[in-house]
Design a binder for this molecule. Structure first.
Ligand code: ACO
Length: 325
Protein backbone atom coordinates (compact mmCIF):
# COMPACT_ATOMS: atom_id res chain seq x y z
CA UNK A 1 0.00 0.00 0.00
CA UNK A 2 0.99 3.64 -0.36
CA UNK A 3 1.21 5.69 2.81
CA UNK A 4 1.58 9.49 3.12
CA UNK A 5 4.49 10.22 5.44
CA UNK A 6 5.48 13.62 6.90
CA UNK A 7 9.07 14.63 6.09
CA UNK A 8 9.44 18.16 7.49
CA UNK A 9 7.75 21.38 8.54
CA UNK A 10 8.47 25.10 8.35
CA UNK A 11 6.81 28.39 9.17
CA UNK A 12 7.19 32.14 8.75
CA UNK A 13 5.97 35.28 10.51
CA UNK A 14 6.06 38.90 9.36
CA UNK A 15 8.62 41.21 10.98
CA UNK A 16 6.15 43.55 12.70
CA UNK A 17 5.05 42.43 16.17
CA UNK A 18 1.89 44.13 17.44
CA UNK A 19 0.93 43.70 21.10
CA UNK A 20 -2.55 44.23 22.55
CA UNK A 21 -1.26 47.49 24.07
CA UNK A 22 -0.11 48.63 20.61
CA UNK A 23 -3.61 47.95 19.23
CA UNK A 24 -5.28 49.71 22.15
CA UNK A 25 -3.58 52.96 21.05
CA UNK A 26 -5.77 53.13 17.91
CA UNK A 27 -8.67 50.73 18.65
CA UNK A 28 -11.19 51.11 21.51
CA UNK A 29 -10.03 47.98 23.35
CA UNK A 30 -7.69 46.84 26.12
CA UNK A 31 -5.10 44.15 26.78
CA UNK A 32 -7.27 42.92 29.64
CA UNK A 33 -10.39 42.44 27.44
CA UNK A 34 -8.50 40.69 24.64
CA UNK A 35 -6.59 38.34 26.98
CA UNK A 36 -9.67 37.45 29.02
CA UNK A 37 -11.96 36.76 26.02
CA UNK A 38 -9.45 35.23 23.60
CA UNK A 39 -6.09 34.44 25.23
CA UNK A 40 -4.36 36.54 22.54
CA UNK A 41 -1.45 38.72 23.72
CA UNK A 42 0.19 39.68 20.45
CA UNK A 43 0.17 39.04 16.70
CA UNK A 44 2.37 39.77 13.67
CA UNK A 45 1.21 41.99 10.80
CA UNK A 46 2.71 41.98 7.32
CA UNK A 47 4.44 45.21 6.31
CA UNK A 48 5.65 46.62 3.03
CA UNK A 49 7.01 43.90 0.74
CA UNK A 50 5.52 41.12 2.89
CA UNK A 51 2.62 39.23 1.33
CA UNK A 52 0.93 35.85 1.57
CA UNK A 53 3.32 34.57 -1.12
CA UNK A 54 6.52 35.86 0.53
CA UNK A 55 5.51 34.29 3.86
CA UNK A 56 4.53 31.03 2.14
CA UNK A 57 7.83 30.90 0.24
CA UNK A 58 9.84 31.39 3.46
CA UNK A 59 7.83 28.64 5.19
CA UNK A 60 8.30 26.36 2.15
CA UNK A 61 12.09 26.80 2.12
CA UNK A 62 12.27 26.01 5.85
CA UNK A 63 10.07 22.90 5.48
CA UNK A 64 12.16 21.65 2.54
CA UNK A 65 15.37 22.26 4.53
CA UNK A 66 13.94 20.38 7.54
CA UNK A 67 12.95 17.50 5.23
CA UNK A 68 16.33 17.54 3.47
CA UNK A 69 14.46 17.58 0.17
CA UNK A 70 15.26 19.60 -2.96
CA UNK A 71 12.30 21.80 -3.99
CA UNK A 72 12.73 20.67 -7.60
CA UNK A 73 11.57 17.18 -6.62
CA UNK A 74 8.18 18.37 -5.29
CA UNK A 75 5.41 17.36 -7.70
CA UNK A 76 2.32 18.67 -5.87
CA UNK A 77 1.78 22.04 -4.14
CA UNK A 78 -1.47 22.89 -2.36
CA UNK A 79 -1.82 26.21 -0.56
CA UNK A 80 -4.74 27.06 1.70
CA UNK A 81 -5.49 30.78 1.76
CA UNK A 82 -8.31 33.31 1.84
CA UNK A 83 -5.88 36.17 1.21
CA UNK A 84 -4.08 35.38 -2.06
CA UNK A 85 -1.58 37.86 -3.51
CA UNK A 86 -3.75 38.22 -6.61
CA UNK A 87 -7.29 37.14 -7.51
CA UNK A 88 -5.50 34.89 -9.96
CA UNK A 89 -3.17 33.11 -10.54
CA UNK A 90 -3.04 30.87 -7.48
CA UNK A 91 -0.46 31.88 -4.86
CA UNK A 92 0.69 28.23 -4.97
CA UNK A 93 2.25 28.97 -8.38
CA UNK A 94 4.42 31.72 -6.82
CA UNK A 95 5.67 29.16 -4.28
CA UNK A 96 6.22 26.67 -7.10
CA UNK A 97 8.37 29.07 -9.08
CA UNK A 98 10.36 30.09 -5.98
CA UNK A 99 11.27 26.51 -5.06
CA UNK A 100 12.04 25.53 -8.67
CA UNK A 101 9.29 22.91 -8.97
CA UNK A 102 8.05 24.30 -12.29
CA UNK A 103 5.72 21.97 -14.16
CA UNK A 104 4.19 20.21 -11.17
CA UNK A 105 0.56 20.42 -9.95
CA UNK A 106 0.00 23.66 -7.99
CA UNK A 107 -3.25 25.19 -6.79
CA UNK A 108 -4.89 27.09 -3.93
CA UNK A 109 -7.67 25.83 -1.70
CA UNK A 110 -10.34 28.24 -0.41
CA UNK A 111 -11.57 26.76 2.87
CA UNK A 112 -10.51 29.75 5.04
CA UNK A 113 -9.32 28.58 8.51
CA UNK A 114 -9.68 24.92 7.45
CA UNK A 115 -7.62 25.49 4.29
CA UNK A 116 -4.56 23.61 5.54
CA UNK A 117 -6.67 20.63 6.71
CA UNK A 118 -8.42 20.54 3.33
CA UNK A 119 -5.01 20.73 1.60
CA UNK A 120 -3.70 17.87 3.73
CA UNK A 121 -6.73 15.70 2.90
CA UNK A 122 -6.45 16.37 -0.84
CA UNK A 123 -2.67 15.81 -0.85
CA UNK A 124 -3.04 12.52 1.04
CA UNK A 125 -5.63 11.30 -1.49
CA UNK A 126 -3.50 12.33 -4.46
CA UNK A 127 -0.33 10.77 -3.05
CA UNK A 128 -2.09 7.50 -2.23
CA UNK A 129 -3.58 7.25 -5.73
CA UNK A 130 -0.18 7.80 -7.32
CA UNK A 131 -0.86 11.23 -8.87
CA UNK A 132 2.18 12.63 -7.07
CA UNK A 133 5.10 11.42 -4.95
CA UNK A 134 6.20 14.48 -2.98
CA UNK A 135 3.80 17.17 -1.82
CA UNK A 136 4.20 20.57 -0.21
CA UNK A 137 1.05 21.61 1.68
CA UNK A 138 0.84 25.14 3.00
CA UNK A 139 -1.45 27.51 4.86
CA UNK A 140 -0.56 31.18 4.40
CA UNK A 141 -2.47 34.36 5.17
CA UNK A 142 -2.30 38.13 5.49
CA UNK A 143 -5.64 38.59 7.26
CA UNK A 144 -4.52 42.04 8.49
CA UNK A 145 -5.43 43.25 5.01
CA UNK A 146 -9.06 42.14 5.43
CA UNK A 147 -9.65 43.72 8.83
CA UNK A 148 -11.97 46.63 9.56
CA UNK A 149 -10.03 48.72 12.08
CA UNK A 150 -13.31 50.36 13.17
CA UNK A 151 -14.71 46.95 14.23
CA UNK A 152 -13.12 46.08 17.56
CA UNK A 153 -15.04 42.78 17.74
CA UNK A 154 -12.97 41.34 14.85
CA UNK A 155 -9.78 43.38 14.30
CA UNK A 156 -8.19 42.26 17.60
CA UNK A 157 -8.51 38.55 16.78
CA UNK A 158 -6.30 37.98 13.72
CA UNK A 159 -2.65 37.89 12.69
CA UNK A 160 -0.55 37.04 9.61
CA UNK A 161 1.77 34.08 8.99
CA UNK A 162 2.46 30.89 7.07
CA UNK A 163 3.18 27.23 7.71
CA UNK A 164 4.23 24.38 5.46
CA UNK A 165 4.56 20.60 5.55
CA UNK A 166 6.44 18.28 3.17
CA UNK A 167 4.76 14.92 2.59
CA UNK A 168 5.99 11.89 0.70
CA UNK A 169 4.27 8.79 -0.70
CA UNK A 170 5.95 5.67 0.69
CA UNK A 171 5.28 2.15 -0.56
CA UNK A 172 5.07 -0.12 2.50
CA UNK A 173 3.38 -3.09 4.15
CA UNK A 174 1.39 -1.78 7.10
CA UNK A 175 -0.03 -4.25 9.57
CA UNK A 176 -1.03 -1.67 12.19
CA UNK A 177 -2.08 1.63 10.51
CA UNK A 178 -2.05 3.53 13.80
CA UNK A 179 1.45 2.41 14.78
CA UNK A 180 3.12 3.09 11.41
CA UNK A 181 4.32 6.58 10.44
CA UNK A 182 2.00 8.57 8.17
CA UNK A 183 -1.48 9.98 7.79
CA UNK A 184 -3.95 7.56 9.37
CA UNK A 185 -7.30 9.25 8.72
CA UNK A 186 -8.73 12.59 7.59
CA UNK A 187 -12.35 13.76 7.66
CA UNK A 188 -13.53 17.05 6.12
CA UNK A 189 -16.93 18.77 6.24
CA UNK A 190 -18.70 21.95 5.12
CA UNK A 191 -22.10 23.51 5.77
CA UNK A 192 -22.90 26.61 3.73
CA UNK A 193 -26.03 27.30 5.80
CA UNK A 194 -23.75 29.11 8.27
CA UNK A 195 -22.19 31.45 5.73
CA UNK A 196 -23.85 34.56 7.31
CA UNK A 197 -22.13 33.93 10.66
CA UNK A 198 -18.60 34.52 9.36
CA UNK A 199 -17.80 36.07 5.99
CA UNK A 200 -15.98 38.76 4.08
CA UNK A 201 -18.14 41.70 3.00
CA UNK A 202 -16.68 41.94 -0.53
CA UNK A 203 -15.91 39.73 -3.48
CA UNK A 204 -14.73 39.83 -7.08
CA UNK A 205 -18.13 39.20 -8.65
CA UNK A 206 -20.22 41.20 -6.18
CA UNK A 207 -18.46 44.38 -5.04
CA UNK A 208 -15.19 44.11 -6.94
CA UNK A 209 -13.38 44.59 -3.62
CA UNK A 210 -11.87 42.22 -1.06
CA UNK A 211 -14.19 43.48 1.71
CA UNK A 212 -13.76 43.11 5.47
CA UNK A 213 -14.14 40.26 7.95
CA UNK A 214 -17.59 40.15 9.58
CA UNK A 215 -18.41 37.73 12.37
CA UNK A 216 -21.17 36.80 14.80
CA UNK A 217 -18.66 35.78 17.46
CA UNK A 218 -20.94 34.01 19.91
CA UNK A 219 -22.62 31.88 17.25
CA UNK A 220 -19.26 30.95 15.72
CA UNK A 221 -17.98 29.98 19.15
CA UNK A 222 -20.93 27.67 19.78
CA UNK A 223 -20.67 25.91 16.41
CA UNK A 224 -16.88 25.60 16.65
CA UNK A 225 -16.99 23.66 19.92
CA UNK A 226 -19.77 21.30 18.76
CA UNK A 227 -18.44 20.66 15.21
CA UNK A 228 -14.83 20.24 16.28
CA UNK A 229 -15.68 17.79 19.05
CA UNK A 230 -17.80 15.80 16.55
CA UNK A 231 -15.12 15.57 13.85
CA UNK A 232 -12.46 14.67 16.42
CA UNK A 233 -14.65 11.82 17.68
CA UNK A 234 -15.27 10.79 14.06
CA UNK A 235 -11.54 10.52 13.24
CA UNK A 236 -10.77 8.78 16.54
CA UNK A 237 -13.54 6.29 15.65
CA UNK A 238 -12.15 5.67 12.14
CA UNK A 239 -8.72 4.97 13.68
CA UNK A 240 -10.23 2.82 16.44
CA UNK A 241 -8.54 4.78 19.24
CA UNK A 242 -9.56 7.14 22.04
CA UNK A 243 -8.42 10.66 22.94
CA UNK A 244 -6.17 9.11 25.60
CA UNK A 245 -4.02 7.50 22.89
CA UNK A 246 -3.07 10.89 21.43
CA UNK A 247 0.30 12.44 22.22
CA UNK A 248 -0.71 15.88 20.92
CA UNK A 249 -3.62 17.82 19.50
CA UNK A 250 -2.73 20.73 17.21
CA UNK A 251 -5.93 22.78 16.91
CA UNK A 252 -6.77 25.82 14.83
CA UNK A 253 -5.67 28.73 17.02
CA UNK A 254 -8.81 30.90 17.00
CA UNK A 255 -9.42 31.49 20.65
CA UNK A 256 -8.14 30.01 23.94
CA UNK A 257 -11.70 29.50 25.15
CA UNK A 258 -12.61 27.40 22.08
CA UNK A 259 -9.46 25.31 22.66
CA UNK A 260 -10.33 24.81 26.33
CA UNK A 261 -14.00 23.97 25.67
CA UNK A 262 -13.16 21.46 22.90
CA UNK A 263 -10.47 19.77 25.01
CA UNK A 264 -12.89 19.52 27.94
CA UNK A 265 -15.63 18.01 25.75
CA UNK A 266 -13.19 15.31 24.62
CA UNK A 267 -11.67 14.77 28.04
CA UNK A 268 -8.25 15.82 26.75
CA UNK A 269 -5.72 17.09 29.30
CA UNK A 270 -4.76 20.72 28.46
CA UNK A 271 -1.04 19.79 28.49
CA UNK A 272 -1.57 17.67 25.35
CA UNK A 273 -2.94 20.64 23.38
CA UNK A 274 -0.44 22.76 21.43
CA UNK A 275 -1.38 26.39 22.03
CA UNK A 276 0.19 29.32 20.17
CA UNK A 277 -2.81 31.66 20.03
CA UNK A 278 -1.28 33.96 22.67
CA UNK A 279 1.68 34.82 20.44
CA UNK A 280 0.29 34.46 16.88
CA UNK A 281 -3.48 35.20 17.29
CA UNK A 282 -5.75 33.65 14.63
CA UNK A 283 -3.78 33.27 11.39
CA UNK A 284 -6.60 31.40 9.60
CA UNK A 285 -5.24 28.69 7.25
CA UNK A 286 -1.70 29.26 8.56
CA UNK A 287 -2.59 28.57 12.17
CA UNK A 288 -2.41 24.75 12.26
CA UNK A 289 0.89 24.33 10.33
CA UNK A 290 2.39 27.31 12.21
CA UNK A 291 1.48 25.76 15.57
CA UNK A 292 2.64 22.32 14.39
CA UNK A 293 6.02 23.66 13.26
CA UNK A 294 6.42 25.63 16.50
CA UNK A 295 5.89 22.44 18.53
CA UNK A 296 8.28 20.44 16.32
CA UNK A 297 11.02 23.06 16.62
CA UNK A 298 10.68 23.50 20.40
CA UNK A 299 10.92 19.72 20.84
CA UNK A 300 7.37 18.97 21.94
CA UNK A 301 6.29 16.97 18.85
CA UNK A 302 8.81 14.18 18.20
CA UNK A 303 9.14 11.40 15.62
CA UNK A 304 6.74 8.60 16.52
CA UNK A 305 4.17 10.86 18.21
CA UNK A 306 0.48 10.43 17.43
CA UNK A 307 -0.92 13.87 16.58
CA UNK A 308 -4.44 15.10 15.80
CA UNK A 309 -4.82 18.27 13.73
CA UNK A 310 -8.16 20.08 13.59
CA UNK A 311 -9.73 23.30 12.31
CA UNK A 312 -13.01 25.09 11.72
CA UNK A 313 -13.46 28.17 9.58
CA UNK A 314 -15.89 30.27 7.58
CA UNK A 315 -18.31 28.38 5.36
CA UNK A 316 -18.47 26.71 7.78
CA UNK A 317 -15.75 24.29 6.81
CA UNK A 318 -14.14 21.97 9.32
CA UNK A 319 -12.07 18.84 9.59
CA UNK A 320 -9.50 16.78 11.43
CA UNK A 321 -6.49 14.66 10.48
CA UNK A 322 -4.69 12.01 12.52
CA UNK A 323 -1.01 11.50 11.77
CA UNK A 324 1.81 9.39 13.22
CA UNK A 325 4.88 11.63 12.90
N1 ACO B 1 -12.43 45.33 23.24
C1 ACO B 1 -13.23 45.73 24.25
N2 ACO B 1 -14.53 45.42 24.28
C2 ACO B 1 -15.04 44.72 23.25
C3 ACO B 1 -14.25 44.27 22.18
C4 ACO B 1 -12.89 44.62 22.20
N3 ACO B 1 -12.03 44.25 21.24
N4 ACO B 1 -15.02 43.58 21.32
C5 ACO B 1 -16.27 43.58 21.85
N5 ACO B 1 -16.27 44.27 23.01
C6 ACO B 1 -17.39 44.51 23.89
C7 ACO B 1 -18.72 44.50 23.16
O1 ACO B 1 -18.98 45.77 22.61
C8 ACO B 1 -19.68 44.14 24.26
O2 ACO B 1 -19.94 45.27 25.03
P1 ACO B 1 -21.41 45.57 25.61
O3 ACO B 1 -21.68 44.41 26.56
O4 ACO B 1 -21.24 46.87 26.30
O5 ACO B 1 -22.31 45.58 24.44
C9 ACO B 1 -18.88 43.17 25.12
O6 ACO B 1 -17.49 43.41 24.81
C10 ACO B 1 -19.21 41.73 24.84
O7 ACO B 1 -19.20 41.51 23.43
P2 ACO B 1 -19.43 40.11 22.81
O8 ACO B 1 -19.22 40.17 21.33
O9 ACO B 1 -20.73 39.57 23.30
O10 ACO B 1 -18.22 39.34 23.48
P3 ACO B 1 -17.99 37.81 23.62
O11 ACO B 1 -17.88 37.44 25.03
O12 ACO B 1 -18.91 37.00 22.75
O13 ACO B 1 -16.53 37.69 23.00
C11 ACO B 1 -15.46 36.94 20.98
C12 ACO B 1 -16.29 38.03 21.64
C13 ACO B 1 -14.10 36.91 21.66
C14 ACO B 1 -15.28 37.24 19.50
C15 ACO B 1 -16.19 35.61 21.19
O14 ACO B 1 -17.50 35.67 20.71
C16 ACO B 1 -15.50 34.47 20.56
O15 ACO B 1 -14.53 33.97 21.08
N6 ACO B 1 -16.01 33.98 19.43
C17 ACO B 1 -15.39 32.90 18.72
C18 ACO B 1 -15.16 33.32 17.40
C19 ACO B 1 -13.73 33.31 16.99
O16 ACO B 1 -12.79 33.20 17.71
N7 ACO B 1 -13.63 33.48 15.72
C20 ACO B 1 -12.40 33.53 15.07
C21 ACO B 1 -12.61 33.37 13.62
S1 ACO B 1 -13.49 31.93 13.29
C22 ACO B 1 -12.49 30.73 13.49
O17 ACO B 1 -11.32 30.89 13.21
C23 ACO B 1 -13.01 29.48 13.96
Amino acid sequence: MIRTVMRGTGSALPKRLVTNEDLARTVDTSDEWIVERTGIRQRYFAGEGETTATLAIEAAHKALAAAGIDGKTIDLIILGTATPDQTFPATATAVQHAIGANGCIAFDVAAVCSGFLYGLGIADSMLRTGMAKRALVLGAETFSRLLDWEDRTTCVLFGDGAGAMVLEAVECDVTDPVAAPGIIATRLHADGAHNPLLFCSGGVSTTGTAGHVQMMGREVFRHAVVNLAEVLEEVLGVAGITAEDLDWVVPHQANQRILDATAKKLGLPPEKVVVTVASHANTSAASVPLAFDTAVRDGRIKPGDLVMLEALGAGFTWGACLIRV
